[in-house]
Design a protein around this ligand. Structure first.
Ligand SMILES: NC(=O)c1ccc[n+]([C@@H]2O[C@H](COP(=O)([O-])OP(=O)(O)OC[C@H]3O[C@@H](n4cnc5c(N)ncnc54)[C@H](OP(=O)(O)O)[C@@H]3O)[C@@H](O)[C@H]2O)c1
Length: 157
């Protein structure tokens, strides 16, 4: 089963110039706790934006190319979906925009950190989705460095 985890702005902003927009300590902690010990799947650009492998997680990267570093590289998206869509194992989809877009139809759960801010210079966005298809639970609300945020969990109905 696939679970999406992302931090998004008011207009679904995800990133700019291959970097994150929002840097919230609480969000990083939440991300670490949720994904710890699991498989994480990401696009090549997100991989490139990281300082290296995220420890204690199996780092899986989607790309048409081969390169050193990740635990596994997927070339065939559909084959990967077939491999895990009926599995009980929770696999975390950690971005970026192109990868969220492709996995969204298969994800049962979305953990979205909804940041109450816009950024007109964003270059990557989380895909639009129909919220009426999901049950929404608020996990926590908070603020940090003048940024208010909500940790929300969306579960497909
Ligand atoms: N706010 C958040 O929670 C969050 C989380 C993660 C990332 N981000 C941000 O998102 C941005 C990166 O996202 P992005 O959308 O530009 O790029 P991305 O989704 O991370 O990576 C795109 C790349 O992944 C590969 N790929 C994607 N689908 C594929 C498929 N079906 N088959 C083969 N390869 C595939 C391709 O790599 P090749 O060209 O190698 O084939 C493609 O160029 C950055 O700014 C990052 O900081 C934000």
């Amino acid at each position: 089963m696939f679970t999406i985890i992302a931090a998004i702005g008011k207009n679904n902003e995800l990133g700019k110039n291959n970097e994150l927009i929002f840097h919230l300590k609480e969000d990083m902690k939440f991300f670490r706790e949720k994904t710890d010990g699991h498989k994480i799947v990401m696009g090549h650009k997100t991989w490139d934006s990281l300082p290296g492998k995220l420890k204690n997680r199996e780092n899986i990267v989607i790309s048409r190319h081969d390169f050193p570093g990740p635990d596994r590289i997927i070339h065939d998206f559909n084959q990967f979906i077939d491999e895990y869509k009926d599995s009980d194992e929770e696999i975390f989809v950690i971005g970026g925009g192109t990868v969220y877009h492709q996995f969204l139809p298969y994800a049962k759960t979305l953990y979205l950190t909804e940041v109450k801010k816009t950024d007109s210079s964003a270059t990557t966005f989380f895909p639009e989705f129909d919220k009426s298809d999901y049950k929404k639970e608020i996990i926590k609300k908070g603020s940090e460095d003048d940024l208010s945020y909500t940790f929300a969990k969306y579960t497909k109905i």
